[in-house]
Design a protein around this ligand. Structure first.
Ligand code: BMA
Length: 901
């Protein structure tokens, strides 16, 4: 039959017999709704929304108000069905299974009209017995989905003893209710940055599997240090074997072997398999002379990865099933110990015994429709994180346990992953069914994800400890209620999730929530009084109302795992989801896309604090100007806050400090709308992403004012000390390309340290440089090696808001001398262009825009205080010089259109 691939998974070399075969059921399926008025062809893996779109039944779900228009799709029940051929010989297998890697979410499955099983969890792999229902020749399968919205509603309604909040998301999110009652991507019911597309469909691979005797279903490899003399590493290989029912009478005896591929290292164990699910642990000792290399986070060494093959050699039949898994050698330690001069405990990670400041952001699902996320797009997003000098991403708990690609690429690029379990911003029911369901989900995901050296921590949930401790949902309305929710919390995250994780994996820390107080939370029986305590654990901090240029408002936390400000994505991204009438600040579309209460006003508020508002040039120009300003404001806010965290790594001030993590909210987007992201839906870099590359640079300087003092900190994340580093502080006016004065200092930069290198009063500095007025000047700083080689980005400190800056004039900035660089490998670009920029006056926030060309510049959004600079453009698809010149535009802050200009 067309579309059915017969896959021979393995043939025993010795016996010439196949003992495991499969039929791939991915591909074309029939899709229909329960009303029976829609019948289309669909694609598996996929979902009903993209199938309806491909069949021309609906338009682009991301267009304008379609998220609300198409709400009916998720409220109907859809059936996926198809036929497939089964070769005669296949029926001889002892075991025949339907292997569903992921069903989204509530489904009942029939094969040849007979019930074979049910699913109620999109995060679980399901295997259903087909032995008695398959026949040779043509077979039929139907997967009947029930609306996840209806299911969640019914589950909530039947939970009568007490309500499990929140009921429904805030109206501004235009969402659906009770995602906490279903094990499905929580943000698919809407979030404060995303739409409600409560998908249905077969979202991962589906196949029929036949086998005799046994299959190695999974292998989980974790590494730990050996004694350091004869054993450098111990590799624990947990092998999970599915055993055919025939083995209950005749157990399978044989040898389980683990082999480190490419090395003469292996371990054997005699086993006798008889239970349907067997798990065996093999421990392999690696001696130092084998010479395996470590896996390091990016910036600290190579990302060495190894393959390990597990085989079962059946005593009677000879060779049996095998499975090969990739893994790496590295240790993780979450250090929580007393810090002199500070109450509380430290909270930082050591990888291979090296303390590492974790820099990065939070990852959310890259699309509401997972089948649209290509491996290339995933790689592009993760590469963009690395290109912005990030070494860590937190896979946030309101999305999905990510696709294998994400972890594979993170392993390769050296990105550390803080992995949440998928529970976010809610209380959860804890009846036996729910807990049983979760237990299996956790087991499967720990085994699937746990092989990746990039994953350095497990975390129970997003913000649920904080929600309970600080009464977000009225859980505190009576003491009975509070103690009930508290007991429920402990049951879910400690008794079930933590216990399951630790029974499988002792190689990484388990943190019960984020934010949380780490060991202190444990002391306080899992719910700390103040999970935001700066003396313990990690902190989430959001404050849109105070001036974000004022660093004194930020918490001097041990670890900032979330902080952020919103901005609008570029006009190019927005225009794909809107039409001309939408392109004004107060359009229905602009309000509709804002899912965070008061979000647009908050963005406007931060812009107004420091920048002139656009008032001229017509409504479209104003719209574009405001998009630009929202990105400028966001960049400045997150720059100031991130720099504060980085310079706090080595000090304790008033009992707080020793900050060792800065993960801003949020890396990527799920659709085109105003959000906290630095990468737009589709992958364009917002100004913030260019700023991140600088404020996360391994070596950098920070200038700030502490009352009367102006201080410069040098920050180094390098593992080695650097002698004789020169730091330069320069004072400039807005009206000249020449600095008023330079100050230099030479010092030895300690490894992994932030240290003060300048500390003088601002007034003295301004006076000594003859700065005409504070409003007319600004400072820059940088560090140099051997006095000449720039050793990190140039940083700037503005002394005034831009409405009151004196001497700034409108610069004419032009792009010239565009040439193609033939080293196309640069930044993984299809084409790399070099260009020169010329300006007639100093210009803040210079923004280059390559129009409809996809790609990024080597820098953008910068302060230009030299007459020319050279930049590069990395195009994602091949471009010519002419194409680039046609599209490219450049603007700076002074190009904002004002009526009085
Ligand atoms: C935190 C996150 C998300 C949310 C973000 C912005 O609470 O965990 O839930 O999207 O803030 O509000």
């Amino acid at each position: 039959m067309a579309g059915v691939r017969f896959v021979l998974l393995f043939i025993s070399v010795i016996l010439g017999l196949s003992y495991e075969e499969g039929i791939d059921l991915n591909g074309e399926w029939n899709v229909e709704n329960n009303k029976g008025d829609i019948k289309i062809r669909g694609t598996v893996p996929g979902c009903v929304h993209t199938d309806l779109m491909a069949a021309g039944k609906i338009g682009d779900p991301y267009y304008r108000f379609n998220d609300v228009e198409y709400r009916w799709i998720a409220k109907e029940n859809w059936t996926y069905s198809r036929e497939f051929d089964v070769p005669e010989g296949m029926l001889d297998f002892n075991e025949l299974l339907l292997l569903c890697e992921g069903l989204d979410t509530v489904a009942t499955i029939f094969v040849n009209g007979k019930f074979v099983g049910q699913s109620d969890n999109m995060f679980k792999r399901f295997m259903f017995d087909l032995k008695s229902v398959l026949k040779s020749g043509r077979n039929a399968i139907a997967v009947n989905f029930t609306s996840a919205i209806t299911y969640a509603m019914e589950k909530n309604a039947s939970h009568t003893r007490y309500m499990v909040p929140p009921d429904c998301p805030p109206a501004v999110q235009k969402g659906e209710c009770h995602p906490n009652f279903i094990r499905k991507e929580q943000c698919s019911f809407s979030w404060d940055w995303g739409p409600a597309f409560v998908t249905q469909g077969i979202w991962k691979n589906i196949s029929v599997q036949g086998y005799d005797n046994s299959v190695i279903r999974d292998v989980l490899i974790t590494t730990r240090k050996g004694d350091g003399r004869s054993v450098s590493w111990k590799v624990d290989v947990n092998v999970f074997i599915d055993v055919a029912s025939t083995a209950t009478n005749t157990p399978l005896a044989g040898i389980l072997n683990a082999q480190l591929d490419g090395f003469q290292v292996s371990v054997n164990k005699s086993v006798t398999l008889s239970a349907p699910k067997e798990s065996v642990t093999l421990t392999m000792n690696i001696s130092p002379d084998i010479g395996v290399g470590k896996w390091w986070p990016v910036g600290y060494g190579r990302q060495m990865l190894y393959d390990l093959t597990v085989s079962f050699i059946n005593k009677e039949l000879g060779e049996g099933p095998t499975k090969t898994v990739k893994f790496g050698f590295r240790t993780v330690e979450l250090v929580q110990e007393k810090i002199p001069g500070s109450p509380g405990l430290s909270f930082y990670f050591k990888i291979n015994d090296l303390p590492i400041f974790m820099k990065g952001s939070n990852w959310i699902p890259a699309d509401a429709f997972k089948n649209r996320i290509t491996p290339e797009y995933t790689r592009y997003l993760l590469q963009s994180a690395v290109d912005a000098n990030m070494n860590t991403l937190r896979v946030w708990g309101g999305g999905i346990y990510e696709h294998d690609d994400v972890y594979d690429i993170a392993d390769e690029l050296g990105i550390m992953i803080w992995q949440d379990f998928m529970f976010a911003c809610a209380m959860y029911p804890v009846d036996d069914d729910f807990l049983g369901n979760v237990r299996e989900e956790i087991q499967q995901q720990v085994v699937r994800i746990g092989n990746h050296p990039s994953v350095i921590a497990w975390s129970g949930n997003n913000e649920n400890e904080a929600a309970l401790a600080t009464n977000w949902y009225g859980t505190d309305n009576s003491s009975w209620l509070y103690y009930t929710f508290r007991a429920d919390y402990v049951k879910l995250y400690i008794d079930v999730i933590k216990a399951e994780v630790e029974s499988l994996d002792q190689s990484r820390p388990f943190i019960s929530s984020s934010p949380s107080n780490g060991k202190e939370t444990v002391m306080e029986h899992s719910v700390a009084q103040d999970p935001y305590d700066n003396h313990y654990g990690d902190v989430h901090y959001y404050n849109y109302l105070t001036d974000c240029w004022d660093w004194t408002t930020f918490p001097k936390t041990r670890f900032a795992s979330e902080y952020g400000f919103q901005s609008w994505p570029s006009f190019h991204t927005l225009k794909n989801a809107s039409e001309e009438g939408d392109w004004t600040l107060n359009s229905g579309f602009n309000n509709h896309r804002q899912h965070h209460g008061d979000g647009n006003a908050q963005m406007m508020g931060q812009v107004m604090l420091h920048f002139p508002l656009p008032t001229g040039g017509g409504s479209l120009q104003q719209y574009k100007d405001f998009i630009y300003l929202s990105q400028v404001a966001q960049s400045m806010c997150i720059k100031t806050e991130s720099e504060f965290y980085r310079r706090s790594r080595s000090e304790i001030v008033n009992g707080t400090g020793h900050t060792m993590g800065a993960l801003y909210w949020q890396l990527n987007d799920i659709w085109q709308g105003p959000t906290w992201s630095s990468l737009e839906y589709g992958g364009r870099w917002k100004m913030l992403h260019y700023y991140a590359a600088k404020f996360f640079a391994p070596v950098m300087t920070v200038i700030f004012e502490d009352k009367e003092q102006l201080k410069v900190y040098a920050v180094s994340d390098l593992a080695i000390k650097q002698n004789q580093v020169t730091s330069q502080l320069q004072l400039w006016t807005w009206s000249s390309f020449k600095p008023l004065q330079n100050w230099t200092v030479t010092f030895d930069m300690e490894a992994n340290t932030a240290m003060v290198v300048f500390n003088m009063t601002t007034t003295q500095l301004l006076k000594s440089g003859r700065c005409p007025a504070r409003e007319a000047c600004y400072f820059t700083s940088a560090v140099y090696l051997n006095k000449t080689r720039l050793y990190g980005p140039v940083n700037a400190h503005f002394l005034t808001s831009f409405q009151s800056a004196k001497g700034l004039t409108k610069a004419r900035i032009t792009v010239t001398n565009v040439t193609i660089l033939h080293d196309a490998s640069k930044a993984k670009a299809a084409t790399t262009l070099r260009l020169e920029l010329k300006t007639t006056a100093p210009a803040p926030f210079v923004w280059l825009d390559a129009g409809d060309l996809e790609g990024r510049f080597s820098d953008n959004g910068f302060l230009m205080n030299t007459e020319t600079i050279t930049l590069e453009f990395y195009a994602r698809k091949s471009v010519t010089v002419a194409m680039f010149q046609k599209e490219v535009t450049v603007q700076s802050l002074m190009d904002i259109k004002r009526e009085n200009y």
